[in-house]
Write a protein that binds this ligand. Sequence first.
Ligand code: ADP
Ligand code: MG
Length: 748
Amino acid sequence: MSIGTSAKARFKIIQEITQRTTRKFDPPRDENGRKLKISEFYGMNTFNLDRMREKLPKDVFHKLQQTIETGKKLDSEIADSVAQAIKDWAQERGVTHFCHWFQPQTGSTAEKHDAFLSLDKNKRPVEKFSGSQLIQSEPDASSFPSGGMRTTFEARGYTAWDPSSPVFIMDTVSSKTLCIPSVFISYHGDALDEKTALIRSVEVLSQKACELLYVLGEKDVKRIVPTLGAEQEYFLIDRGFYNLRPDLIMTGRTLVGGQPPKGQQLEDHYFGSIATRVQAFMSEMEYELYKLGVPVKTRHNEVAPSQFETAPIFEEVNLSTDHNQLTMEILRKVALRHHLMVLLHEKPFAGINGSGKHNNWSLMVTASGVGLDGDNLLEPGKTPHQNIRFLLIVVSVLKGVMQHAGLLRAGIASAGNDHRLGANEAPPAIISAFLGDLLNSILDNIESGADRDKNPEAAVIRLEVSKLPEVMRDNTDRNRTSPFAFTGNKFEFRAVGSSFSTAFPITLLNAVVADGLEYVTQLLKKKSGSSKGGKTPEILEKAALETLKEVIRETKAIRFEGNNYAEEWIREAEKRGLPNLKKTPEALAQLVSPVSKEMLIRLGVFSEAEIVSRFHVRIERYIKNIMIEVDTLKSLVDTMILPACYAWHGFLAATVGSAKQAGVSAPQAEVLTRLGNLITSLHAKRVQLEVTDNKAESLSTDEEKARAFSKEVTVAMDDVRVVCDELEAMVADDYWPLPKYREMLFIS
Ligand code: ADP
Ligand code: MG
């Protein structure tokens, strides 16, 4: 019996892994050999506010600080001076190049490096970095997805420094590059990237939240910022295995692969002790992130074998969005040093838990103008006033989420996330909100109070609100199945996919909540009979209660405390009129629905053209992703799986032949027949896939194509897979060319 070369490679990897030694990560030390504390090197590769204060002339620093606080563009008068300081700082650290680091609509980041090197008029080399180079740069925009926006508008765009996110040094083995976090816009001001709209959404949300507080009598609050802590899930597998899987390389997930005898049913991985090799990887990854000022805090094993999580301390959404992008990048880079591959796909392994990115989100007052030094508005407080405010914010969130549940679903739609949402392990595709027992009963009581009692307002609010401080502690019995859950002092948007940029989902969440806040504020103004505020606390309290009651009643349908995975919930949600957008094409259509468009345009988060372009970019990406998967699957079948099957079939046939010749029985003849049948079946499914795929690709619009891909092509792919996986279970291990689940997930 001869072993195929691919199968040989598989065994070689297993052998190599067994012999591999763990790459040691030695944390940095001072001159005396003492290990540095994290706080001693945290942020060393960023030019943060403290460093600016230290390096910049006083007046320049103050102007820059103002720019950061107000979110305005940098004054070109001080730009040269800032650029000089940044250049000096960077050069002391051996940086040779700089780049504008931005986030086109690809879900990842983009950068084009330029050297500081320049030639003076005598052709002598000098290092230069001007204010205008810091502020603005012109990448060749034509190759980034724009969803047709550039044909309707303008072919060129530029990147502009966003000073609210500090510049940083990306340190690789061979070079150091100064990265300037930037937005990417067309010359007409259209957002070509993910960050511009995020920043707009932060501004409008701040404004709407301040307006509510103003009506409640808090007139000094100038700025309220959304905060985000994004828990990042990922898989780690040996790079050797990865390189033998064309499907992982091309699509990020395994398109075939039989279930291992042991999956996660023993529940022995979750929070288990972390393997030495993985631990070494995590320490080094965290070290790299600390240098970049990314505050990673928590690490642990996740539910599935070889699945892990890293979570940061929350920050302003703008910053944490950048930091999550850096986290994904550093995860990948550092894994390679450990001969590991990070899989960020939402569902790399069928039948095994997928990965998400839980977006913990809240609203915080910035008292001093910068930073998160004020109240968390989603934290019940000590005074009745704070508690009324808290409840009004909660119902504003509910109102927004209910009104725009479909839009929130659109923000998390992708080919990858389709495998996860609604697959009995992740949040379902139906958006609903979970509040927890206590908060839920408080809302119920406020709602029904009036019917029970003649003069209930004050009584109910005092009675129920006095329990509010306990809400934060009512955290023990969490509902893990909810896509959007209140967890004590924040909401957790759990349906976001692990490979996503947080920018788009959070832009939409910010917008949706801003809309809810506007609605609630208007209602409150109407009920308190004032548009200026300044009413007595009693009138305000009564108006607030009436407002709460009304909005609680209106948003009942979006609240769900039960098991989101249950079959009954799907029926119940339908009765309630909640959208159940199972797959990406239906979900994305919500982006361009009249309700979504009206709201996003009214709040100034997107223009009409920007929304339409986002829709097209995403539909196109969906189609392309599946087309790549189909081609990869066909080639896997044709060039690896079928040849292995034919070889094993040939071997069996030969042994059956010789057994017959020798006049002995050949029990393997039965296996041979079954194998032959399966091969025939795989031929048929392979043809069916091709036919279905061709039909889908021949449709005229992207919308039609996307629908056909989601409804027919993915089904045909699954049909092929089922047969492949049966064959995997049948063909001799020595002949099987692809690393198996049991190997990739369990050998370390
Ligand atoms: P758990 O999910 O078990 O409650 P934590 O309370 O530690 O865990 O929070 C998980 C994530 O939520 C962390 O990234 C944390 O920084 C973030 N988080 C906590 N408070 C807030 C907040 N007010 N706003 C945004 N994110 C927050
Ligand atoms: Mg959590």
